[in-house]
Ligand binder design. Structure first.
Ligand SMILES: Nc1ncnc2c1ncn2[C@@H]1O[C@H](COP(=O)(O)OP(=O)(O)OP(=O)(O)O)[C@@H](O)[C@H]1O
Length: 242
């Protein structure tokens, strides 16, 4: 059963149509990649999935419930594109603050904080103020915050921007582990095609419309190309011709 279902969703701001008839499905324990150029509507789509905004037409269901829904929001760990961190607090204080928004007892909270800190390899900097962090460290702390309440679904908007290749690799290994061992469902937006290759399903978006969807392998076969960059370009071409 799909854990996430976007059914024929369109979104306009005034006269400006951002999304047109978008359909999207994610099954439990899948990594779904949203691929598309800047301004194609990925962040808008994510906001609709989280229930932070409502579609103009169409329906979004998460865990079989129509969103917006506060209970569902608690099941979603969200990492935004720009970091929403308290600069004057330490990394640990930030984590404690976000953890305090969820129902956890003291020892649970302590364990979760230790776990997410380890996952993003911030152990040595966790007592430092966020204002002293590099861009990559802030991204890592944001990812840790998205994981803090042990959510069923993780939504990550360009999680590895500004993160060096080695840590990027370890973050993807962890996403993979969360998927296989903990059956988490992960929605990730990315421009990086080798990251797209690590997703189970891909949906490519251009100008607010889905231009193609499928597994990385199926897409390469369908478009008769050897990499996803070419899939995107070809799918874009086919879409334009229609
Ligand atoms: N609240 C809003 N009011 C009006 N227009 C908006 C609003 N939010 C987004 N848009 C417009 O919607 C379009 C899609 O934006 P969106 O942020 O969803 O794209 P994106 O694919 O996430 O791009 P990027 O990768 O650069 O973040 C843009 O043209 C943007 O200006």
């Amino acid at each position: 059963m799909p854990i996430l279902h976007v059914d024929n969703v369109s979104k306009s701001y005034g006269k400006h149509q951002i999304l047109t008839n978008v359909n999207l499905t994610a099954e439990t324990g899948q990594i779904l990649g949203l691929i598309g150029p800047s301004g194609s509507g990925k962040t808008t789509l994510i906001k609709l999935i989280m229930g932070m905004d409502v579609p103009t037409t169409g329906v979004v269901e998460v865990l079989s419930k129509k969103v917006p829904n506060l209970d569902i929001l608690r099941q979603i760990g969200y990492m935004a594109q720009s970091d929403a961190l308290y600069q004057d607090l330490t990394g640990l204080e930030n984590l404690s603050f976000f953890a305090s928004m969820f129902l956890m007892n003291k020892s649970e909270r302590k364990d979760r904080i230790a776990y997410v800190t380890r996952i993003v390899q911030l152990e040595n900097a966790i007592q430092m103020k966020v204002s002293t962090y590099s861009g990559g460290m802030k991204r890592r702390l944001s990812l840790a915050i998205a994981l803090i309440q042990n959510p069923e679904i993780l939504i990550l908007d360009e999680p590895t921007v500004g993160i060096d290749p080695e840590l990027r690799k370890s973050i993807w290994q962890e996403l993979s582990r969360l998927k296989t061992e903990e059956h988490k469902t992960i929605v990730v937006t990315t421009h990086v095609m080798d990251e797209a290759d690590k997703c189970d399903m891909l949906t490519m978006i251009r100008e607010g419309k889905v231009i193609t969807t499928g597994t990385p392998h199926a897409l390469k076969v369908e478009y008769e190309v050897s990499n996803l960059e070419e899939v995107f370009l070809k799918a874009e071409g086919v879409h334009r011709a229609h």
